[in-house]
Design a protein around this ligand. Structure first.
Ligand SMILES: [Zn+2]
Length: 384
């Protein structure tokens, strides 16, 4: 602050002249008006109302004035500062209102916009069904084995005891990728004769059994899920491409009782604790003895049999549902796959996944499973 200015020296009070005070006020108001953002306004505020602003410095000069001039100067400076503060507050309010309006526009969410996200996918019910069945066996200690879908004829037929003239080998049942180089059968020539063997799209998952036995030393416990091919026309109950799951156990002392217990455990795991299976004699080249396996109808639990009041569509009131084939592995198959049938025995069974999906979920037309229409798969949910 200046020293007391008893003589009212015009030099020292230059800053307090009315026109100077007006100029300071007008400059401040002009700076506020020119500020186009809150940041710019803050800078103008510091420059025109801060402790080193012209008006603040002029205010400090008041103390140097003679007493008779102090009131006048104080009034002028006070009015100017009041006007500046008022102008600042007004501009501040304006800029804040502009900012709020801009934020409302920029950050607005239009809840009426169309939903354009691609729906999350899910796996096909055949895949989840197959894995669910495989999980039952994995939990029992089995391992999952897989093999090629384009398979040597030897693995698909010969190793599994299909004779050279077995009807399943005929062109009308099997997709041949390459026929055998000689017109005769490759039967009995062993795995080393693949070059002379034909090549087929595998007609069942059983060749994976043969591969599993050749790859491993007994005991062998494998479950083989996979896609198989037959020359069927696509209709409500047939498809040329379908899925099977097959089980193979090879160990010392395995019997039909082990097979039966394993089957019962499987249907109980999938359909409930009160389920059971039954075996009916049958014939398959790769098992001896062989059996057709049925499971108790999971809807009527057999109560529809001979009971017209409680007829059952699922099992046609027969009480049982045919599931697939099974049996003890034929010793000739064990021998072909390098396993000593005198020491080891084995059991195997397999069934179609499409068929299980059909009766488990009341699917009436197999074509729905292969046509890829999400209206079919969506009701199965987003299970992964
Ligand atoms: Zn039934």
């Amino acid at each position: 602050m200046s020293a007391p200015n008893k003589s009212y020296d015009p030099v020292e009070v230059e800053a307090l002249k009315p026109e100077q005070i007006e100029r300071m006020r007008d400059e401040a108001l002009a700076a506020f008006a020119a500020a186009d953002s809150l940041d710019a306004l803050h800078e103008a505020k510091v420059a025109h109302t801060g402790p080193t602003s012209p008006l603040a410095l002029a205010n400090r000069e008041i103390g140097a004035l003679p007493p008779h001039a102090k009131a006048d100067a104080g009034k002028r400076v006070g009015q100017a500062r009041g006007a500046v503060n008022k102008g600042l507050a007004a501009r501040q309010a304006e800029l804040e209102a502009e900012r709020d309006a801009r934020v409302l526009v920029e950050e607005a969410v239009d809840v009426t916009l169309p939903y354009d996200r691609v729906p999350a996918g899910a796996r096909h019910p055949l895949t989840t069904m197959m894995e669910r069945v495989a999980d039952v066996f994995v939990s029992m200690g089995y391992e999952i084995a897989e093999g090629p879908e384009v398979e040597a004829e030897w693995f698909n037929f010969d190793a599994l005891n299909f004779g050279p003239d077995h009807p399943a080998r005929q062109m009308q049942d099997t997709f041949f990728v390459q026929t055998a180089s000689n017109s005769g059968s490759a039967a009995g020539k062993g795995a080393d004769s693949d070059g002379e063997s034909g090549v087929v799209l595998r007609t069942h998952t059983s060749p994976v059994q043969a591969r599993a036995m050749l790859d491993r030393e007994p005991p062998v416990y494998v479950v083989c899920p996979g896609r198989v091919f037959r020359t069927d026309e696509l209709d409500a109950t047939h498809t040329p491409v379908f899925h099977q799951i097959e089980l193979l156990a090879v160990d010392e002392g395995l019997t039909m009782a082990d097979l039966k217990g394993t089957l019962d455990h499987m249907v109980q795991s999938l359909f409930g604790a009160d389920m059971k299976t039954r075996l009916r004699p049958n014939y398959f080249p790769f098992t001896e003895p062989s059996a057709e396996m049925d499971m108790l109808c999971y809807v009527c639990k057999g109560e529809s049999v001979g009971n017209p009041d409680r007829s059952c569509r699922t099992c046609s009131s027969e009480g049982w549902i045919e599931l697939g084939g099974c049996g003890m592995v034929n010793p000739r198959v064990l021998t072909a796959c390098g396993v000593d049938p005198e020491k080891y025995s084995g059991f195997a069974f397999g069934f179609g996944i499409e068929r299980m999906l059909m009766f488990r979920h009341n699917v009436e037309d197999m074509r729905d499973m292969v046509e890829g229409d999400v209206r079919f798969t969506r009701p199965f949910g987003m299970e992964i």
